[in-house]
Design a protein around this ligand. Sequence first.
Ligand code: NAD
Length: 292
Amino acid sequence: GNTKIGFIGLGIMGDPMARNLLKAGYDVTAFTLETEKVEQFAKDGGKGASSIAEAVEDADVVITMVPASPQVEAVVLHEGGVLENIREGGLIIDMSSITPQTSIEVAAAAKAKGVRAIDAPVSGGEAGAIEAVLSIMVGGEQEDFDAAKPILETLGKTIVLCGPAGSGQTVKAANQLIVAVNIEAVAEAVVFLKKSGVDLGAALDVLNGGLAGSTVLTRKKDSILAGDYQPGFKIDLHHKDMGIVTDAARAVGAAVPAGALVAQLVASLRAQGDGGLDHSALVRSVKRLSGE
Ligand code: NAD
């Protein structure tokens, strides 16, 4: 449509998402820290900006897709950021995975300036972003969700309003708990099967056809078999998410014992210099624990 979108954060996720918005006909102006990515985006039919202000000044909608709460605060709230430059009545869609508290603060700061804001973190990984089949969990007001929905539909397939500001982040935290524990279970099974001398490819195929089957197994099988831990989703980011879910669970008195255990394993991978690897590198951690 004629909607003008400012897009901040052309990373593993943001870059293909911004391109899907272009494909859908939106007028997209993007800014990210890596200049060469902005230039490439402009070469490929988008518009490049050299600052947040430039990406945002003409926008009706601003999408942010940056690593964590500190970056969202810097990009949205700080001097020269989105709130200072977006027009009144504009809509901020933060799609980063951050603490629910930060999303609540962003929504409040936006409201005080006559700007609308929703949190809309995603699940589905790089492949989901490229294929525009992300699951998008939204926190915010119904009318802002309704306004964002056509845009979100060009990025994802399952798009659900989960409750008021911060709710999308709470659901995303639960998502990250499930994914991490699932990957750890797969990692333990893989090392066990390998050490037992079973044909790993055949084993994973038949496992994936039964109750043990999962999107994790489907999406990660080939890279696990190849021992390829290129991200994907970085251990550093999953470490951040395990912190969010364990804090949020403690705040409401929910027990997450398996999540807390996997959080420690993720932290240990990071401490060993594996923070830049894909989260499937939990296999590497189980191998080390198994003396390999
Ligand atoms: P990434 O590290 O690949 O990209 C982050 C981008 O943010 C970079 O391009 C960087 O330039 C930009 N950025 C950081 N600070 C900035 C600033 N101050 N101003 C402008 N740009 C800035 O990360 P990613 O994998 O794309 O993840 C982004 C978010 O999406 C994270 O919150 C992550 O947890 C979440 N997420 C990632 C995946 C995945 O599979 N990679 C899946 C679901 C959700």
